[in-house]
Structures are given as structure tokens and as C-alpha cells.
Design a protein around this ligand. Sequence first.
Ligand code: FAD
Length: 307
Amino acid sequence: MLGPVILAASRSDKMRRFVSAAPGTKQVVDRFIAGETVDQVVPVIVDSADKGLEVTLDVVGEDITTPEQATAARDAYLELVGRLKDLGLGERAEMSVKLSMFGQALENGHELALANVRPVVEAAAEIGTTVTLDAEDHTTLDSMFAIHEELRKDFPKTGCVIQAYLFRTEDDARRLAANGSRVRIVKGAYKEPASVAYQDKPEIDKAYVRILKILMDGSGYPMIGSHDPRLIAITQELARRAGRKLDEYEFQMLYGIRSDEHLRLAAEGHRMRVYTAYGTDWYGYFMRRLAEKPANLLFFARSVLTK
Ligand code: FAD
């Protein structure tokens, strides 16, 4: 019950101000956010690489309100690519982007987001890596998939994300599995109405497995974004049945969540990519992490109250 309430709060400016200013917030935020600046995230990337993990880097921020902010988002990612190049880590580190941060919701947002994300995808390709387009709320997805298709004409490794809770996703999965895309499958983290999305966890999990099967049987590269032990075991079995080798799919988990499992899967020879978020505009990302696990909210409340 708490999840939808927290997700509603994630859209409230009043709550944003309250949570951001609360004493004790930083301590909890630090569990999920790897740093505020590129300089702070670099040691985390290096440490992950040393442990045999890959990363996908997310400069947090979304729902911007001016074209200048969209340009700043582009520049933040270009700065990141520059650092990855200097570190020689292009092959181990990808990037994840939210098109809302590149201007998708502004006037002529589709064109603006495409124009802002393209240079990032180009720069990533130059250092031997790629970009995945995150999935946001359902109203943004037609535009996201169209941008994904457009970018893939020149950069076929550009990835995208699909969300198991949406009714539309099995069709999207079939299309993406047939055209050889890199696709991250996740359960879905936004507050969606019953007209477009399953609301019950068991229904979402069943849909996840159906979609997983479509991706495993297709010609693309499935990226399994989940911490759910049952889904991880099912992935391994479906990959085996589909005859996929260990480098023909990968697991992805979030920084700060089930870190022991990151290492266990990597030690088993799986490609394990840690979604590593950093930056100062962490509010929306942080609230989705609270919504996913009510225990996080208790921890957060305790930490605020004891400060
Ligand atoms: P759950 O059933 O939610 O969790 C399984 C177990 O994992 C829990 O029992 C708990 O032990 C642990 N766990 C899960 N979440 C948390 C948490 N927040 N804090 C502490 N423990 C937790 N969603 C989108 O809508 N769009 C995206 O682009 C997107 N990208 C993602 C990228 C990656 C790499 C991952 C892993 C997730 C992404 N998500 C995205 C979020 C996703 O939709 C889910 O909300 C999230 O992964 C929780 O679902 P789960 O599969 O881990 O299963």
C-alpha cells in the first residue's frame, strides 16, 4: 500500500523540499547514489571494474523545465564520456539516460530529446561503449521507442528498457527481440493506472517471465534488470534452454541493492552490470527506491527522526 503513496510523493515539489532538507536524508541517499560529481563516482567505477563488475552510469535528474537544463544534462553525460575515455574504461562502462532529462516533455520535446541524446550516443560509440534509454512513465514510451529506433540506424548497440507491468510490453518485446536489440527488462518503477498496467505483484512477475522467454528466444541481447532471486534462477534456466552462452545476456542490478549477489553472479561467470546513479538531483530516483521496499522507508524515517 505504501509504494503508490511514495510514488505520488515523488512528483510533489513540497515533499521534494521537505525530504531534501531533512536531517539524516543524506545518510540514506548515500546507499543508492554513488556520489554527487564525476570525481566522486570515478573511484566507484574503478572499484567495480576491479571486482569484475560492469557498470551502467546514470546522471540523476528528470522532469526538467527548460531547454537550457536539457543542454546541461547532455553536457554532464559528455563530461562523463570524457572521463571514461581518460580512464580507459569505455569497454566496461555504459550509460543509462532518461529522455525526460534531455527535454522530452518540453515543447518539440521529441526532437529536442533526440538532438540532445545523439551526441552522447556518438561520443559513447567513439570510446567503444553505448547508451541505454531508460523507460519512464507510459506516456513517454512511444517517443522513447521511436528515438531508440532512430538512434539504432547509426548505433545499433543502443539499448532500451521495457517494463513487465505494462500490458503493451509483450508486443514491444516481440518487436525488439526480432530486430536484434539490446533490451533491459525490468518490473517497472512508476505509478501506472490499472488501464495500462498490472497492479498485482504476482501478475507482474508472471508477465516478466513471459517477456523473458520472448527475449531469450529472440535474436537480441537481453539485459535482466532485477534483484528477485526467483527471476534470476528462471533467467538462468531459460537461457540454458535457449542455448545462450554466458556472454549472450547479462544481469543488471542497482548500486546499493543486494551487492553480495552482484559478486556471486560475477564469480559464476555471468556478466553483471551495476546501475550506478550519481549527481545532485537524486530526489525522483531515491523516492522510487523507497517505494520498492517499504523497509527502506522505515529506515529513512528512523534516520530522520534520530538526527
Ligand atoms: P522486487 O520484487 O521489487 O525485489 C526483489 C528483492 O530485491 C526484494 O525482496 C529486495 O530484497 C530487493 N530489492 C528490490 N528493490 C529494492 C530496494 N529499492 N531497496 C532494497 N532492496 C530492494 N524501472 C523503470 O521503470 N525503468 C527503468 O528504466 C528501470 N531501470 C532499471 C535498471 C536496473 C539495472 C534495475 C535493477 C532496475 C531498474 N528499474 C527500472 C526498476 C525496476 O522497475 C524495479 O522497480 C526494481 O528493480 C525492483 O524490482 P525487482 O525486480 O528487483 O523485484
